[in-house]
Ligand binder design. Structure first.
Ligand code: AMP
Length: 326
């Protein structure tokens, strides 16, 4: 069935002269890689078309990927919009999205809002970039996949799968990643841009390990208020990235970063887990996402404490009914 959706997407792309590509707010490597990658593929394949990437948001740590386009509202008239890696319309990082004539949604989150006129959603995929890679390989005789496009797509596959470690990575993921590599991915430059760290970020890690807390049953979390964010000179997104530092603590199967967003009077929660799902927990706190990686928002320290208590109970129940966890 999805073969048919992919064909419909290609046919629709061919029908439109102006195509705008967008992604989700607070873009990550997958959102940036999939949209930049597809923009390159479509520009190289259809030089006569107007292909744009429009995004209201920006991630400093991905600035090396290059910029987006700015479009006046009139440009949306009769245009096709392709939104990638964005589960719900609320998360589309393009305030003009509804002006487009037709919307295609390409996404790997659990379907919660089929806002596209055409929806290609495969929640078993480890990244949206995996879907873009699949799309390119399905139509490889037709679509031009340059080393630059392949590098962007590979970047999203690498980052969203935690370097091919997370749930959802399959043989198909690796075959598609292999196809991207064969197109000439410049992985040395890519990995240096993604993972080389300066001393300030290592000092931040040191702060995280000194200040994290672990509940009775092993829920590890760190709360970063605005004073700490300022002390380390962090942008909000940099502060949010500290969740990654909590991932490998033995016995801690759920972990989270709570990042104060004082400007919006809320606390962003980035939740991660292994062995047990935390998507339902995120949903109880104005959030959602995947089984093992989800996000939520809490509006007070008291609500944060309720989430911490709920996570601890969830983990306690899991540990008392399962064996083999580390
Ligand atoms: P993050 O911690 O922002 O990387 O989010 C992990 C996953 O949960 C991503 O797939 C997000 O798209 C999703 N997610 C994050 N925050 C929310 C939210 N408030 N509502 C629904 N999904 C979310």
């Amino acid at each position: 069935m999805n073969e048919q959706v992919k064909q419909t997407i290609l046919d629709t792309i061919e029908q439109y002269r102006t195509i705008i590509i967008s992604r989700h707010i607070r873009p990550d490597g997958d959102a940036v890689g999939s949209t930049m990658g597809l923009r390159h593929v479509l520009r190289d394949t259809y030089p006569e078309k107007n292909i744009y990437l429009v995004d209201d948001d920006f991630a400093d740590y991905l600035a090396f990927c290059g910029g987006e386009d700015t479009l006046p509202e009139e440009a949306y008239k009769g245009a096709l919009l392709i939104v990638i890696d964005t589960g719900t319309r609320k998360r589309i990082s393009n305030h003009n999205y509804a002006l487009a004539e037709k919307i295609i949604k390409i996404d790997h989150h659990i379907e919660a809002d089929p806002y596209g006129d055409i929806n290609w959603v495969e929640d078993f995929r480890s990244s949206a970039c995996e879907m873009i890679a699949d799309f390119c390989m399905t139509f490889r005789g037709k679509l031009t996949l340059s080393p630059t496009a392949a590098t962007y797509i590979y970047m999203g596959m690498v980052t969203d799968s935690g370097r091919f470690r997370f749930e959802g990575v399959t043989g198909e993921t690796m075959r598609l990643a292999g196809s991207m590599l064969e197109c000439g991915v410049d992985y040395e430059t890519l990995f240096s841009n993604l993972y080389a760290e300066d001393l300030a970020s290592l000092r931040l890690k040191s702060y995280v390990y000194d200040n994290l807390r672990i509940t009775e049953h092993g829920f590890a979390y760190i709360y970063m208020d605005t004073a700490v964010q300022e002390k380390f000179g962090l942008t909000f997104e940099q502060a949010c990235s500290v969740v990654g530092e909590l991932s490998d603590i033995r016995g801690s199967l759920i972990w989270a970063a709570f990042i104060d967003n004082a400007a919006e009077n809320q606390i962003r929660v980035r939740l991660r887990s292994r062995f047990l799902g935390i998507n339902d927990l995120a949903k109880q706190y104005h959030g959602g996402g995947h089984n093992m990686a989800a996000g939520a928002t809490v509006y007070s320290v008291e609500e944060m404490e309720r989430l911490i208590a709920d996570a601890d109970v969830l983990l306690g129940e899991y540990k008392s009914t399962h064996k083999g966890w580390l």
